[in-house]
Design a protein around this ligand. Structure first.
Ligand code: ADP
Ligand code: AMP
Length: 213
């Protein structure tokens, strides 16, 4: 099963993608996590990506597409995957589509986690991330057991640079301009499913499981 998660930044794509990946035994592929790991390790890719990410802009398609195609060609993806944060532009979606078409394959579900802009700023300003293992928390909605410390690996939690309020506004603008058109793109292919992302995490997950079966 090949799944694409759609939704504004902070809508809960990552939170749900991790649970889907766990339940259905699929790899969870987050381009944002891959970029952040590269930034942490000081790679050339990380340095290049950071220039855009810190401003709330998208990393150029050329760079992102190469990274994604390489990732989905690995052995662990042969039975499917959950893409979280990719595609984010129509050209990215077209490249993915063409690559799948060559294999006689296609995306099975595009799940749009729908959350209005008013809720997004609260979600992102409260998000705390573990840059070591990729776990995500929220100070009010999903707090770690010990404040500031990752439950999973014990590392220190941080407010992502791009979750600061001034950058969040830019990211929302970029989302509406460049990413939201993907909702129509996948609707036309007949694979779009929308869930109400304002519900509690477990209720959103239940709605998604009903769709995936
Ligand atoms: P995305 O991957 O779409 O950017 P995340 O999954 O990281 O979003 O979620 C953004 C923030 O909102 C996180 O701090 C997360 O803990 C919190 N969150 C996710 N889903 C919900 C929900 N249904 N209700 C409340 N908070 C949520
Ligand atoms: P995320 O972790 O999905 O919120 O992504 C964080 C940031 O990484 C985004 O704001 C972009 O700058 C960059 N990024 C992640 N995925 C993509 C993508 N598919 N295309 C372009 N930029 C991306």
């Amino acid at each position: 099963m090949k799944i694409v998660m759609l939704g504004a930044p902070g809508a809960g794509k990552g939170t749900q993608a991790k649970q889907i990946a766990g339940k259905y035994g699929l790899p969870h592929i987050s381009t944002g996590d891959i970029f952040r790991a590269n930034i942490k390790n000081g790679t050339e890719l990380g340095k290049e990506a950071k220039k855009y990410m810190d401003q709330g802009l998208l990393v150029p398609d050329e760079l992102t597409v190469r990274l994604l195609l390489d990732r989905v060609s690995r052995e662990d993806c042969k039975n499917g995957y959950v893409l979280d944060g990719f595609p984010r532009t129509i050209p990215q979606a077209n490249v993915l589509d063409e690559a799948l078409e060559k294999l006689g394959d296609q995306i099975d579900y595009a799940i749009d986690v729908d959350v209005p802009d008013e809720n997004i700023v609260r979600r992102m300003s409260g998000r705390r991330a573990c840059l070591s293992c990729g776990a995500t928390y929220h100070v009010a909605y999903a707090p770690p057991k010990k404040e500031g410390i990752c439950d999973t690996c014990g590392s220190e939690l941080v407010l992502r640079d791009d979750d600061k309020p001034e950058t969040v506004q830019n990211r929302l603008h970029v989302y509406h301009e460049q990413t939201q058109p993907l909702i129509d793109f996948y609707a036309r292919k007949g694979v779009l499913r929308t869930v109400d992302g304002t519900q509690a995490v477990e209720d959103v997950f239940e709605a998604i499981c009903k769709i995936l079966g």
